[in-house]
Design a binder for this molecule. Structure first.
Ligand SMILES: Nc1nc2c(c(=O)[nH]1)N[C@H]1C(S)=C(S)[C@@H](COP(=O)(O)O)O[C@H]1N2
Ligand SMILES: [Mo]
Length: 254
């Protein structure tokens, strides 16, 4: 355990237990830039440690058909509604392509029929949104790992970034996960939900299911999957739209 975490705990404990004077002292420490840096480096180390200690290969619970939610709400974007997306949707996504690029030896441009012809996994899992709702649904699609292997992802790639068709302030929604989660046996590119073609509210034609993490990591409307060595050049560097704009955690493990 790092000294920085202990220091921070001590400061917090002191602040809670102590009188106003102690609280003021605590605030002063946090305002010194160097101290701030050490304290928040501790936070990152703590997250890293948590990730390292967790069994990253563990499976998320799977459910029976009887447990599926009668209503699975749509959240965030429910229709990208851009001219390009509307054109794809009008032609049942025949013109849509999924790019697999970045640190790969064999960049791919896959159409929906190609994705559907790959070996698929079907899983009934619970989606947990950070806003406080959950729903159980069934998802079908190829393992993301199968697609990344087909593209011959390089060993230097440590993360994969998802670019989506919906725009937030003119920029596509984006998310990222690390290579461990990318090759997790329940991480799939779902093209079907509850036994039917994935519909527009839930991310048509293809969305990510990464079952050990929260809802905002489940990128909908995917247009590109990019393998990268680090997240520095992606958005503002924190790895996702919500991470960059609202300070959500990059690792949203459940
Ligand atoms: N492209 C894209 N993906 C997204 C979002 C979004 O707005 N755009 N919202 C996220 C959030 S916060 C949640 S909870 C889930 C909602 O998935 P659903 O619409 O299938 O319920 O999608 C996630 N993936
Ligand atoms: Mo969410």
């Amino acid at each position: 355990m790092s000294a920085a975490i202990l220091t921070r705990r001590a400061l917090v404990a002191g602040g809670i237990a102590g009188a106003g004077g102690l609280l003021a002292g605590c605030d002063r420490v946090v305002q010194i830039p160097a101290a701030r840096k050490i304290l928040f480096a501790g936070e990152d180390m703590h997250k890293g440690l948590q990730r390292a200690l967790m069994n990253r290969g563990a499976l998320a619970p799977e459910y029976s058909r009887a447990e599926m939610s009668p209503i699975f709400r749509s959240n965030g974007t429910s229709n990208p509604n851009t001219p390009l997306y509307n054109e794809w949707a009008a032609n049942r996504f025949a013109g849509w392509r999924l790019a697999v690029n970045g640190l790969v030896d064999r960049p791919l441009s896959l159409n929906l029929a190609q994705l559907r012809s790959m070996p698929a996994r079907t899983q009934i899992t619970r989606h947990d949104c950070v806003e406080g709702w959950s729903a159980i649904g069934q998802w079908t699609g190829p393992l993301l790992g199968t697609v990344l292997k087909a593209a011959a992802m390089r060993r230097s790639a440590r993360y994969v970034v998802f670019t989506c068709a919906d725009l937030f302030g003119g920029q596509p929604y984006y998310e990222s996960i690390d290579a461990v989660d990318a090759f997790h046996p329940q991480t799939i590119l779902a093209w079907a939900m509850n036994g039917a073609a994935l519909d527009v509210p839930h991310g048509a034609p293809v969305r990510l299911r990464i079952e050990r993490q929260l809802g905002y990591k489940q990128a909908k409307y995917i247009t590109a999957i990019t393998a990268v060595a680090n997240l520095d050049g992606i958005g503002r560097g924190k790895g996702g739209y919500w991470e960059d704009n609202v300070d959500y955690d990059w690792y949203a493990g459940i």
